[in-house]
Design a protein around this ligand. Structure first.
Ligand code: SF4
Ligand code: SF4
Length: 650
């Protein structure tokens, strides 16, 4: 101390320099044993993760660092988020200090005292955080209890030490001083607390892989390997070799198994899952738990996965669960550690549909229509332009043509009677803005989204390849889609299937949604909505436009650009928007269990007291229209696509 420097030690052992408690050879043996147990446990878990199928992922150090630093995604749920932040920093800073102390670091007295103060304050944070989780997470009591004992014994040791050395208040150890008030100045008690603290830390380390605490390793690893491609791109599958989808846990990839390992059972996916909320048997949290429990039984047995008769997933996860998913991605959006329950569900669907031929009966005619006619209604390519009536709508006629954009009409825009009105509204906007555009007409087929999300990858690939062929052949540069599902598939999934580039060019074809495009036309004054719509209007966020592709603002900006509109937000909007129930093949599945999603959303809309609900998706428009009708309101709000609103105002 006289030199103005002291060695780093924790907790705040400024005078003693930490030399009063010596580690014996027996202690070293115990430390080694704890670490060996931990390593054996983790290597067993590791061998289970690594037995999954191959998947290429690259790590992201910067992403992991930023995540840990700010806890941004965890803080989206403020109370547990803040508690976790306190736990994390309360644990990490002292750990760093202890590690540095082992290397004999010395620092000047003032920073050392400030560090001691910080450690004390973090100790309070750590205590508050662990108390919060101790009451909230009864399922992981043992590891939290250990954590709590480590804390209490640490404080007691520090308090006793201060009652011996510093009976007066010291600003650098306020908590330690407070604890010391009630403790006798007994060296024996201090040593007892230090020993208890030491043994509990060892127990904590040794049991880490076998308890909830394995997330301390698995969760950061999962964040490190989080996806870098677009959220809306479904993981592909090989049709040539390997199992078809997932029948058992060994059919998942190593990353999918790591996902299950990293799950901290926080329940955020479940709280936001529309299927769960509506009383259906699906809980994404349970799906992850079922997978991780099967993994745990393999890890326990220590046997090779391939030599085990692992139970099929359907022994725990039922068809009703699997078919309740609307692929809305709320679970993915809200998971604090980037777990993706939905891709496991899709892999199970693939196994049911392609491996076992057990597609739900009600969706079979739609899939047959896709196979034979290339559209969901089975009308065929000869009728793809019927929606235009006698309007002159140019066909996209290839290289050298002067079309700025290709208008991708989609099955709903071409064949669904109500949605045909939206296609015609879009045409009137493009004509008013004098945009040279064309359509594919009979060359356009379903983008393949319903087939893919219902588990028929081969049908999806067939449709995608046919569409990509014409897009490339016609040298399309920019596509505007009406439907967010077409938008997502063309933008995020086609590049992986066949490369969405023009023939002879490396340049990607640009894909935008109609709301983005129309907003651009308004902002550049190519069109100016002028006739007022004197109504209270809200926007229902389509999952595949908003949550999946981040297009939240354009529909709102469009509504605000129309004179005399009064805009109101629904309670659940942006990333908490509630699914209409039509995605993931939901349009063609019977919602037999729980409440209907469109009714739940319609109730929320009616409570918001608006005249018009604006949508930007054919599924949402149809589902909400039906949902509102079932409420039999005296003054039901009208459901309109925002494109129709603009056309009405021009
Ligand atoms: S994708 Fe949506 S419906 Fe499916 S499990 Fe996740 S939250 Fe539930
Ligand atoms: S999957 Fe994610 S959100 Fe769901 S319980 Fe596990 S950690 Fe929480």
């Amino acid at each position: 101390m006289e030199s103005g420097f002291i060695s780093l030690d924790f907790p705040g052992n400024l005078e003693s320099g930490g030399n009063d408690i010596l580690i014996s050879a027996f202690d070293l043996l115990l430390i080694a044993l704890a670490f060996i147990l931990m390593l054996v446990g983790f290597s067993r878990r590791w061998s289970v993760w690594r037995m999954g199928r191959e998947e290429t992922r690259s790590g992201d150090w910067a992403g992991l660092f930023m995540y840990l630093l700010g806890h941004k995604k965890i803080l989206k749920n403020p109370r547990p988020g803040r508690a976790h932040l306190m736990l994390f920093w309360g644990f990490t800073v002292p750990l760093i200090v202890i590690i540095l102390a082992q290397f004999g670091f010395t620092i000047p007295i003032i920073p050392a005292r400030l560090l001691s103060l910080l450690a004390d304050l973090l100790g309070i944070a750590l205590l508050a955080g662990s108390l919060f989780f101790l009451f909230r997470r009864k399922a992981s009591l043992f590891p939290l209890f250990l954590f709590f004992v480590i804390l209490l014994t640490g404080f007691a040791a520090e308090g006793t030490r201060l009652s011996i050395l510093h009976p007066q208040f010291t600003w650098e150890s306020p908590l330690g001083w407070f604890v010391s008030i009630g403790l006798p100045p007994s060296p024996a008690l201090m040593h007892l607390m230090i020993r208890l603290h030491f043994f509990t830390v060892l127990l904590f380390i040794a049991t880490m892989p076998f308890t909830f605490n394995r997330h301390l390793i698995a969760a950061p690893l999962n964040i490190f390997y989080k996806r870098k491609n677009a959220l809306g791109e479904l993981k592909g599958m090989s049709l040539d070799d390997g199992p078809i989808g997932a029948n058992t846990i060994k059919d998942f990839t190593w990353k999918q198994l790591l996902d299950a390992e990293a799950c901290v059972s926080c329940g955020r996916c479940e709280e936001n899952c529309p299927a769960f909320i509506s009383g259906k048997p699906l809980s994404p949290q349970k799906v992850m738990r079922d997978i991780s429990e099967q993994m745990a039984s393999v890890a326990r047995s220590g046997a090779e996965m391939s030599s085990l008769s692992i139970l099929p997933l359907e022994s725990r996860i039922t068809g009703d669960e699997i078919w309740s998913c609307t692929t809305c991605m709320a679970c993915v959006e809200h998971c604090p550690v980037f777990i993706e329950p939905m891709d496991k569900i899709i892999d199970m669907r693939r196994n049911i549909v392609m491996g076992k031929g057990l597609l739900p009966v009600e969706a079979r005619s739609m899939m047959r229509n896709l196979e034979i006619y290339g559209d969901v209604q089975g009308k065929g390519i000869a009728h793809r332009q019927d929606w235009a009536f006698n309007r002159e709508i140019p066909l996209f006629n290839g290289a050298g043509s002067n079309h700025d954009i290709l208008l991708w009409v989609g099955c709903a825009g071409a064949f669904h009677e109500r949605y045909q009105e939206v296609s015609r509204a879009m045409v009137s906007i493009l004509k008013a803005a004098e945009i040279p555009f064309g359509i594919l007409g009979g060359e356009e087929r379903c983008c393949g989204d319903p087939a893919r999300r219902l588990g028929d990858e081969s049908l999806f690939l067939d449709l995608a390849q046919k569409n990509i062929h014409y897009l490339r052949e016609h040298q399309v540069r920019k596509i505007v889609t009406l439907c967010p599902h077409c938008f997502n598939t063309l933008k995020n999934e086609y590049p992986r299937v066949g490369g969405l580039t023009r023939s002879g060019s490396e340049e990607n074809i640009e894909v935008v949604h109609a709301t983005e495009y129309v907003m651009g036309l308004i902002e550049t004054k190519r069109i100016s909505p002028k006739y007022p719509i004197n109504k209270n209007i809200t926007i229902h966020d389509a999952c595949y436009l908003g949550r999946v592709n981040g297009v939240y603002e354009p529909p709102r900006k469009i509504v605000r650009s129309i004179p005399e509109t009064r805009f109101k937000e629904l309670k659940q909007h942006y990333e908490t928007g509630f699914c209409c129930g039509g995605g993931g093949g939901g349009m063609w599945l019977h919602e037999r269990l729980g409440r209907r999603l469109n009714t739940i959303r319609a109730e929320e809309i009616s409570e918001t007291e608006v005249d018009v609900v604006g949508t930007a998706c054919p599924y949402c428009l149809t589902m909400l229209d039906d949902g509102i009708k079932t409420l039999e309101l005296d003054k039901p709000p009208k459901v309109m696509d925002v494109v129709e609103m603009v056309a009405a105002s021009l």
